[in-house]
Design a protein around this ligand. Structure first.
Ligand code: ADP
Length: 255
């Protein structure tokens, strides 16, 4: 009986080992696919503006096109877009590299929200959006500059994806274990099936592509990385009738 029992235990252990190895292989293959996709997406994002500039310049050099100020400006615009894209990529790489190097201090989320709102006021006014903040002081132990970046990205998306005359509201809540910032807009919304995808690198919803809005789809990936480095959470909600809201939660930690 004892021998049989021992054998049974060994078989069970072996089975567990096999399962663990299979899980590991699966995880590695997922990582590898993600890396491949990242490279292809990046190449695609860079190729479009490069092709446009390249062919315009070629036509001008060969004398097929006159180098009018408008054509030169269009080339310059594409080059600027490339510059922004590269800067975004650098910022993302830096954040992912330095995940553990946070400069944490005791800071008030409401204060950061106030500063970012002030910076974005002009942009919101241009689109005749009503921009409101409500809430209370919420002190958390976090990297202030990075929180500034998070709120900036969320607020600039809310403004970007909300048509003229709409409204953008930021709420700061102070819960017993975490500080919460919620950015709500009355904009174009995000289809339910795309909600989990918007945090992926380069992901842009069909709605925003169709309307030629937005950038390269990196802003929310940066938000997700920063929040993860603080052991917090970020979530997105959207209504079929339009409007989206993004909520971040930062644990209070040692405050
Ligand atoms: P982008 O630079 O394209 O805005 P992000 O990573 O910040 O990149 O966002 C990814 C995508 O998520 C956007 O392209 C857009 O499709 C969608 N999105 C983000 N925020 C909002 C919002 N407030 N309302 C509607 N769609 C949004």
């Amino acid at each position: 009986y004892e021998i049989r029992f021992e054998q049974a235990t060994k078989t069970q252990e072996l089975n567990e080992l096999v399962t663990a190895i299979n899980h590991m292989a699966e995880a590695l293959s997922k990582q590898e696919n993600l890396r491949k996709r990242l490279t292809t997406d990046m190449a695609h994002e860079l190729r479009t503006p490069l092709t446009a500039v390249g062919s315009h310049l070629e036509a001008m050099i060969e004398g097929l096109w006159e180098a009018t100020p408008e054509r030169l400006k269009s080339c310059h615009d594409e080059v600027k877009r490339l510059g922004t894209l590269v800067a975004d990529l650098e910022r993302l790489a830096k954040i992912e590299d330095e995940n553990l190097l946070l400069d944490k201090t005791k800071m008030d989320l409401l204060e950061v929200v106030g500063i970012v709102m002030e910076n974005m006021k002009a942009e919101a006014e241009k689109k005749k959006l009503s921009l409101r903040v409500s809430g209370v002081v919420s002190v958390v132990y976090a990297d202030k500059a990075r929180m500034h970046q998070v709120v900036t990205n969320l607020l600039s998306n809310a403004i970007k994806y909300t048509p003229e005359g709409g409204s953008v509201t930021v709420e700061v809540l102070d819960q017993s274990d975490c500080g919460v910032v919620k950015v709500t807009d009355t904009g174009i919304g995000i289809p339910e099936q795309e909600l989990p995808l918007v945090f992926e690198r380069f992901y842009r919803t069909d709605k925003s592509r169709n309307r030629k809005l937005g950038g390269a789809g990196i802003g929310l990936t940066i938000v997700k990385s920063i929040i993860a480095a603080h052991a917090g959470t970020v979530s997105a909600e959207s209504d079929a009738s339009g409007g989206s809201s993004f909520t971040i939660r930062i644990p209070k930690g040692d405050v």
